[in-house]
Write a protein that binds this ligand. Structure first.
Ligand code: ZN
Length: 234
């Protein structure tokens, strides 16, 4: 293998390693989804508390309504029995009965409102439970995918690291030192490919010297403009 080709392959390998490192760092283990689920959990608990209160309130009102109806029946029976003879007393009972009917109407309206709110809350609760269930499934999928991807990337990484060591072992230390410096300074690209007789990194034409160096197995052609090593097929 020509020296320049080994250097170029080293760069390809190290660029792949950079990508894998970034991919491994940004793997999605479903953290955002988990946060959303814990928020849903809290809302669910709140809804359950609200529902419990509303149902208790409704139960209290049902009892109150029962009492009211018992009282009204007794008064109606009393009036119907004819045992109350005094006109003033009859009038008084009628008034009280009217008042009870009015309060009963108000109570029934409040109960109706309560029932609607209970229904709404139950619906909300059901939706949240379903959403939570869906998220749970999605989280499991996301995690499974992340674990699989991590394994795949780690395997690729191990292979690339071996390739990197192999290539570094055949390159002279001073060449590697220059390559490392260039890569650090020039955005990861120390070796540019020659395309249409141009340096693909800076688009400046290559010289005759470069072409000669390319044919030399030990040759290390460089771009006279950007200083990068230049690699091309011969
Ligand atoms: Zn260049």
């Amino acid at each position: 293998m020509r020296l320049i080709e080994a250097l170029y392959r080293l760069q390809v390998t190290e660029l792949q390693l950079d990508t894998i490192r970034r991919d491994l760092e940004t793997l999605d283990y479903g953290d955002a989804l988990e946060q959303e689920m814990s928020r849903l959990d809290q809302e669910l608990a709140q809804d359950q508390q609200t529902l419990k209160q509303l149902r208790q309130e409704l139960l209290d009102q049902e009892l109150e309504l029962n009492d009211m109806e018992t009282k009204m029946r007794k008064m109606e029976d009393l009036l119907a029995s004819g045992s109350v003879r005094s006109g003033r007393e009859v009038e008084h009972l009628q008034k009280e009965l009217d008042e009870l009917r009015r309060r009963k109407d108000i109570l029934e309206n409040r109960m109706l409102e309560l029932m609607l709110r209970i229904e709404e809350t139950e619906k909300k609760l059901k939706e949240r439970r379903e959403q939570l269930e869906r998220n749970k499934e999605r989280l499991a999928q996301v995690r499974e995918k992340a674990v699989m991807l991590k394994e795949k990337l780690t395997q690729e990484q191990a292979q690339l690291l071996m390739e990197r060591e192999r290539l570094r072992a055949i390159l002279p230390p001073e060449v590697l030192a220059r390559y490392d410096r260039l890569r650090a300074r020039l955005n990861g690209i120390a070796v540019a490919k020659i395309e249409d007789n141009l340096c693909s990194a800076c688009r400046v034409s290559i010289t005759a010297e470069v072409i000669l160096a390319l044919r030399d197995p030990e040759g290390l052609p460089t771009c006279e403009n950007c200083g990068r090593f230049l690699f091309g097929e011969v």
